[in-house]
Design a protein around this ligand. Sequence first.
Ligand SMILES: Cc1ncc(COP(=O)(O)O)c(C=O)c1O
Length: 402
Amino acid sequence: MSKIWESNFSNKAKNVRPSPIREILSVIRQPGMISFAGGMPAPEVFPVKEFHKGVDALLNDGPNLLQYGTTEGYPPLKEFLSGWTAPRMGRKVSLDEMLLTTGSQQGLDLMGWAMIDPGDYIITEDPSYLAAITAFHNHGSRFISIPVDARGMVVEIIPEAIEKARAEGKNIKFIYTIVNFQNPAGSTMTLERRKKLVEISHKYNIPILEDDPYGYVRYDGEHLPSIFSLDPDGGVIYAGTFSKILAPGTRIGWCSGNKDIIRKLTVFKQATDLCSSPITQALVYEYCKMGYLDSHLPNIIANYREKRDAMDASFRKHLPLDEVSWVKPEGGFFFWLDMPNIDAKTLFDKAIEKKVAFVIGAPFFANGGGEHNARMNFTFSSPEVIDEGVKRLGEAMREMLK
Ligand SMILES: Cc1ncc(COP(=O)(O)O)c(C=O)c1O
């Protein structure tokens, strides 16, 4: 490292952690490798033709859309989203209660800017979304970890955790939860727990960040109301995204919430990227306006449901069933394997030799743990490739258990 840079780095730069998933991408790109590592949508579900029609429509308004846009986001897309999300949100949010973001990842980072001073605490699920932990960590946050079970975050233990933390002088800024088909654990928070979480939020005066990239990608069962819709008092901010229901390359997400917090996020966004790409927002709007968001979603769901079922069947066929357990998720992108007698890191090295990749559990735990877990993505590969990959993984496990 060159001295002129290193000696001048910020404390943040000294503490920054690269994403373990992005770091293993070079390994995953080896020829012949089957990867269950990334959280990527299937390329065959991208609506390329429909997008093309949108591009043609847009050219009429080209000069406008090639200009800078407002930080708040492209108003027609916000109008559309306000109506489209209303059933899930319990009402239409107004335009000043919504900010369009560069992916929902930016919404998470902006929450860090608005809420976290170095040394503050965030209550997170344990395990939780790696890149959220990293984004909050970059703002200097620490974490109070609450376990996740098959019914979502174990909210019943949060009051005790808050009281203990406060007695120790810790400052808690918000509760971060991925309510539907959690990344990585796959579980969904029950309605009872959602209500309880809102009660806790008000009792202790701690707001909630509800991150919901997967909520619209449900394969079985009924949609549950968002936590946002259960809290008429405005203590919840909801982060959504087009990444899993359209394409992540759009980099368009949104945050909905009380207009004061939305305003704060907007002001931080002004200095972050001025605005999200106007032309992409307009393209996404054209796509939505032509009705493709609703007409295409069932194709995505059918494609992923088949792959989820394929991975579940391959697990049963190829894995040592006395040694591995999992919960079949009702939606989302991931299976989460529990392997009490298998060290995930050793398994990873063995699996790479056999040309199959996954993500080890440890990085998803903000305060340590996960040595015996693996996250397996099922949306990206075909059912045939899934079966071959799981077969290789099963062989790697059996060799370790010998
Ligand atoms: C839980 C969760 N939140 C947020 C994101 C960020 O998504 P994007 O920035 O593509 O909208 C992801 C992406 O995988 C995720 O899994």
